[in-house]
Design a protein around this ligand. Structure first.
Ligand SMILES: Cc1cc2nc3c(=O)[nH]c(=O)nc-3n(C[C@H](O)[C@H](O)[C@H](O)COP(=O)(O)OP(=O)(O)OC[C@H]3O[C@@H](n4cnc5c(N)ncnc54)[C@H](O)[C@@H]3O)c2cc1C
Length: 428
């Protein structure tokens, strides 16, 4: 039976942006990358630097997915802590993964410096804080592993923490040095231009419909390539693959009105940090210039099937959180947006070859900007230079706590909530 091909979910008028060239012909390349977020752009750069002819296809515009909506903390710590990687993959595996992620941090930094990218680069240490005594225990575990295996970390006791944050509501913290923040949307837009100058061909407004036998089919054209690199994160099931292994989690971000110096000092008495807490549905904040970006999730909406806009409940939860931690401040927020992040059933990335088509390689569900970059680079190293040190950890076909048959019965929302909870205690 003939499959119905729907028109693109897009406002026609947006297509007139001069930079968005849509693919309308049949082309050939060595490598075709699907998706223009952090994973896809990094993979495109890495293959191009290995002298491969690269075409990148993006459904909307580069950075339009999770990357461009993110809060731009560039730190090796993401949904999975170092201690959790070590618990899962042993000290050798956990350390190799952590070092790869640190490589992602440095790769992004090197691009910013080398190309002078204007993306609000701000060197800032990362501070992970505990909102409960239980959180302190987790932080001690993380600190111990980092000290033992990577040789760097610093635990901050409750009484010292107030010189970092003007709040008595936290129980302790761990600090990661040499990290930084960026506006990831600006980074993507700049990288797009840099890649085009390097010879990468980029088509935006070009949703891929499917791929088979080295050929990627879009609404109005095709690309034939030796390698197809799928960097479509949460959208991957729309391509008809890995349907039961990829879903999404939702987080929210708000931007405050500009703050005066005195108000900033009521949050950060000395220096600025990128801050995360360790609550199950965690919150995070940092300064963007003189505004506060405050993010976090809501148990009710973590596993929503689509973005939840303008939720007064979530707005109340996030602003209430901040008020509780910093009662001296009365912040007004000017923007508020949701974002969906691709996630696997055990919250770890999915990267590796398709089992039926070895020309297809996935780099998805990395849940973090540096790890997305790290795995984008790794894709080129793996396919061209045969590097394989991470191959045993993130197979698309590994066993999940909740298998495919149970997903079909429970539905994706329940199956992923359960599977994520069994894997990392549902920490989002
Ligand atoms: C609000 C928010 C805050 C966050 N904060 C941070 C943070 O501070 N630090 C951090 O490390 N991480 C953060 N994250 C997570 C991080 O943004 C993501 O894990 C990361 O950006 C994923 O990158 P990606 O390239 O895999 O996916 P995406 O950026 O989603 O890119 C996938 C791209 O594929 C395109 N695509 C999809 N389907 C098709 C198709 N059929 N054809 C062509 N193109 C297609 C999409 O349009 C999209 O541009 C945050 C996420 C959100 C939502």
């Amino acid at each position: 039976m003939k499959k119905t091909v729907m028109p693109q979910d897009q406002v026609f008028w947006y297509l007139n942006r001069p930079e968005s060239g849509c693919l309308r012909t049949s082309l050939q390349a060595d490598v075709v990358i699907i998706g223009g977020g952090m994973a896809g752009l990094t993979a495109a750069q890495a293959f191009a630097e290995k002298n491969k002819r690269v075409i990148l296809l993006e459904a909307f515009y580069c950075g339009s997915g999770a990357t461009g909506k993110s809060s731009g903390f560039i730190t090796p710590n993401s949904e999975i802590s170092f201690a959790e990687f070590v618990r899962r993959y042993g000290s050798v595996g956990g350390t190799a993964i952590w070092q790869a992620i640190e490589g992602g941090v440095e790769y992004i930094r090197a691009n910013i410096k080398r190309y002078g990218i204007d993306c609000d680069y701000a060197p800032e240490d990362t501070l992970i804080v505990a909102s409960s005594p239980q959180g302190v225990k987790e932080l001690h575990k993380e600190d111990d592993q980092l000290k033992k295996l990577v040789g760097k970390s610093g635990f901050i006791e409750k009484d010292q923490l107030q010189s970092y944050l003007h709040s008595s509501a936290f129980f302790g913290g761990v600090i990661y040095e040499n990290t930084f923040s960026i506006t990831a949307y600006k980074y993507c837009q700049a990288m797009k231009e840099i890649l085009i100058k390097k010879g990468v061909t980029i088509f935006e407004e070009t949703p891929v419909l499917d791929f088979k036998n080295h050929v990627v089919r879009t609404l109005h054209g095709t690309v034939k390539a030796q390698h197809i690199i799928v960097c479509t994160d949460r959208f991957t099931p729309n391509l008809g693959v890995l349907r039961e292994s990829v879903y999404q989690v939702q987080t929210f971000l708000m931007m405050s009105q500009p703050l005066v110096e005195n108000e900033i000092k009521k949050i950060f008495p000395d220096r600025r940090y990128m801050v995360w807490d360790t609550e199950m549905i965690y919150n995070y904040f940092r300064l963007v210039g003189n505004r506060l970006a405050l993010g976090g999730g809501s148990l009710l909406h973590v596993y929503d099937g689509k973005e939840k806009h303008c939720s007064s409940r979530v707005y109340g939860k996030l602003s209430g959180y901040f008020k509780k931690k910093f009662p001296l401040l009365d912040l007004q927020f000017e923007q508020f947006w949701p974002g969906l992040i691709g996630v696997s059933k055990d919250v770890a990335p999915i990267t590796g070859f398709d089992k039926d088509d070895p020309s297809v390689y996935y780099v998805i569900t990395a849940t973090g900007l540096p790890i997305s970059a790290a795995l984008g680079m790794y894709a080129a190293d793996r396919l061209i230079d045969k590097r394989d040190d991470l191959k045993d950890y993130f197979s698309p076909y590994r066993k999940w706590a909740v298998p495919g048959w149970a997903t079909r019965i429970l539905g994706k929302k329940v199956a992923f909530a359960l599977s994520n909870f069994l894997s990392v205690g549902g920490h989002f």
